[in-house]
Design a protein around this ligand. Structure first.
Ligand SMILES: [Cu+2]
Length: 366
């Protein structure tokens, strides 16, 4: 293009090109230089921010198969986010510095009427990216919910404010979730009271536990790293929600078998007090009651038996076996002074023998 033709083109397309200094050719070049500067800065910033996000320890360690597919999506999002961040921040800072008012500039800025080409571009490109993300999101969902035939079944019971884990195929109940490495475990989640949510950050996946037998929720985990983890509740569920943690231990398959056998034996042996102690742990009594004199959500069990207790209506009651029985089955009939009526009833949840074991354990705590 000859210089004069360029000037005419420039004038005609003034609004499209958004050129302040038109028709001088110098203006076009100046404008292009800014665009080049900004593009280079955007690329550099994107690179630095995504490196930072990649190498900062933002996520806990990857301890399950499910974590891998979720983290892959995370890092793709991090890269897109880095670019969007750079696009906004670089343009803003560049304009602030380079186009600042150097004094004496009182003219209003140029008026622009939009740019159809640019608008189509910035609609289509994000649309394609979002559709692509929806696609890999669906793929990842299929990955983390894939069912394997030889999965280990564990029934997880959530309650205020602890967890209980049952292995129905082995008749074992535990307060620690033991899992074999490299084998899929399917967790059947339920709640005894309000909504809780099962979450081990190292496994990434999370699922609510809902009250009611018809609302069993499943979560599948295939651990790939042995070690100690912690399940926490991810749904605000009352006073001690923040302390609703239980240990999760991932072991080699052989070690898992040994643990199962030791648990099965433990259930058969032991006297009433030992069984009662184990029961108080698995039923979650000890998340509200201490055995060493400290007051938790409920009264301590230390020195409880054989002493008088004051109820909220002022009456004094002797703590004997009958009182303990009532306290377990109809906890809200007699409320201990200074406490809230929040203890759940265990009517129908415990056998006569289990109630006797619990009472034997409470009697032993002096
Ligand atoms: Cu909870």
């Amino acid at each position: 293009m000859a210089a004069s033709a360029k000037v005419v083109y420039c004038l005609k397309n003034r609004h499209k090109l958004q050129i302040r200094a038109c028709p001088q050719e110098r203006g076009v070049m100046k404008y292009l230089r800014h665009f080049l500067n900004v593009s280079v800065l955007v690329i550099i910033t994107t690179f630095i921010v995504s490196l930072l996000l990649e190498f900062l320890p933002l996520l806990p360690q990857q301890a399950s198969v499910e974590a891998i597919s979720i983290d892959t999506m995370f890092s793709m999002h991090f890269r897109v986010i880095s670019f969007l961040f750079a696009l906004i921040v670089v343009f803003m800072l560049y304009s602030l510095v380079v186009f600042r008012n150097r004094g004496g500039e009182t003219d209003p800025g140029d008026h622009f009427e939009g740019n159809t080409g640019l608008e189509i571009f910035w609609t289509i490109v994000p649309l394609i990216i979002v559709i692509y993300f929806a696609f890999i999101g669906a793929q990842s969902l299929a990955d983390v919910t894939r069912t394997e035939p030889d999965a280990l079944e564990v029934d997880v019971i959530a309650f205020q404010w602890s967890w209980s884990f049952e292995y129905p195929a082995y008749g074992v109940t535990s307060t620690t979730l033991y899992l074999p490495k490299d084998r899929q475990t399917v967790l059947n989640l339920t709640s005894r009271d309000v909504i809780h949510s099962f979450w081990v950050p190292e496994f990434r996946v999370k699922q609510d536990a809902l009250p009611g037998k018809d609302f069993v929720r499943q979560l599948r985990i295939t651990p790939i790293k042995t070690g100690d983890y912690m399940v926490r509740c991810a749904e605000l569920c009352g006073g001690a929600h923040a302390y609703m943690n239980s240990p999760v231990v991932v072991v080699e398959p052989e070690e898992f078998e040994i643990w199962l056998i030791s648990q099965q034996n433990a259930g058969e042996t032991g006297d009433s007090v030992t069984r009662g102690k184990a029961l108080a742990e698995t039923m979650g009594c000890l998340s509200c009651h201490s055995t060493d004199g400290t007051t938790l959500v409920g009264p301590t069990w230390k020195n409880m038996y054989g002493h008088e207790v004051t109820l909220i209506d002022g009456t004094r009651v002797m703590v004997d076996e009958l009182y303990l029985r009532r306290a377990i089955l109809q906890p809200n009939d007699e409320i201990v002074e200074g406490f809230q009526p929040i203890m759940p009833s265990y009517e129908g949840l415990l056998t006569e023998e289990q109630i006797a074991d619990l009472i034997a354990y409470m009697k032993s705590l002096e």
